[in-house]
Design a protein around this ligand. Structure first.
Ligand SMILES: C[S@@+](CC[C@H](N)C(=O)[O-])C[C@H]1O[C@@H](n2cnc3c(N)ncnc32)[C@H](O)[C@@H]1O
Length: 265
């Protein structure tokens, strides 16, 4: 497991190429679990239809970051939201087109980087993502500032990521993934490289405290931190997420934060 610092440019380049190449395989493997018209927060199977972490979305302008095939944005549109799906990867957005054709629901698809959102200030009521963008940018504090910029006062930001404590283990769903081997405090990203040593896959680790500080620094108030439990009877393995590990410790962290409402002057 290679852990070394990378720049934002290296991260962006690696993520774009990786997700373009991996888009068909990712959807092939996880598409049935995610659905074409559903908002699934995590491999534990927590669905927005049940959890309602975004609150009432009717009539709200919602941006889904790192939307992948955009099943979440389409589900939100069906709930009466005015949803936009954005992603860095054209390959993932091509999957979103496929999802639109199958489901008959269309939302605007925007190809962009979470570090440079191509939207005006204060136009969204809600920004959300299930495992999109945030784990893949080197400067996630800057991404939080971008989210704060496009949200209206009082707006809500909800994002799920791999639970930071998982980084102490190997990424294995079986017993070998139960032994603590890495320092929780090692913030260097996990990196895969090509023959020239150029990063081809980069995933970033921050501690829980780091995430709270990033949110606070961007002006957010943290409202809740959800650690979904592994549901009884759920036996589907997703990479390192498995019933064995899920019964023992959390695999996902979902942060719910809001901007303060505008103060009267
Ligand atoms: C694990 S997938 C999650 C996709 C989708 N949210 C889901 O639940 O299936 C991560 C997504 O983040 C996107 N992504 C990675 N880096 C990004 C960035 N800098 N800006 C926007 N999206 C990014 C990838 O292209 C990919 O679609």
């Amino acid at each position: 497991m290679l852990r070394r610092p990378v720049t934002d440019d290296e991260s962006r380049h690696a993520s774009r190429a990786w997700w373009d190449l991996d888009a068909d395989a990712y959807q092939g493997e996880h598409g049935a679990f995610l659905g074409d018209n559903d908002f699934v927060w995590c491999p534990e199977g927590l669905r927005e239809a049940d959890a309602r972490l975004l609150g009432d979305v009717r009539g709200k302008r919602v941006l889904e970051l790192g939307a992948g095939a955009a099943a979440g944005a389409r589900w939100l549109e069906g709930q009466g939201a005015d949803a936009v799906a954005m992603d860095l990867s054209a390959g993932m957005l091509r999957q979103a087109r496929g999802g639109e054709e199958r489901s008959g629901v269309r939302v605007p698809l925007v190809q962009a980087d979470a570090l440079a959102l191509p939207f005006a200030e204060s136009i969204f009521d809600i920004v959300c993502t299930a495992f999109g963008a945030i784990p893949f940018v080197a400067d996630s504090g800057a991404a939080m500032l971008e989210v704060a910029r496009v949200l209206k006062p009082g707006g809500r930001w909800v994002f799920s990521i791999t639970h930071p404590m998982r980084w102490i283990f190997w990424d294995e769903p079986d017993e070998s993934g139960l032994i603590a081997r890495n320092s929780y405090f090692d913030r260097r990203p996990y990196v895969e490289v090509d023959e020239q040593g150029r990063p081809t896959y980069v995933e970033q680790h921050r501690t829980l405290g780091d995430r709270v500080r990033e949110l606070v620094a961007a002006g957010f108030v943290l409202r809740d931190l959800i650690e979904p439990e592994w549901p009884p009877g759920h036996d589907q393995i997703w990479g390192q997420w498995s019933p064995l590990r899920g019964r023992l410790f959390p695999g996902t962290a979902i942060f719910i934060a809001t901007l303060p409402t505008a103060q009267p002057t």
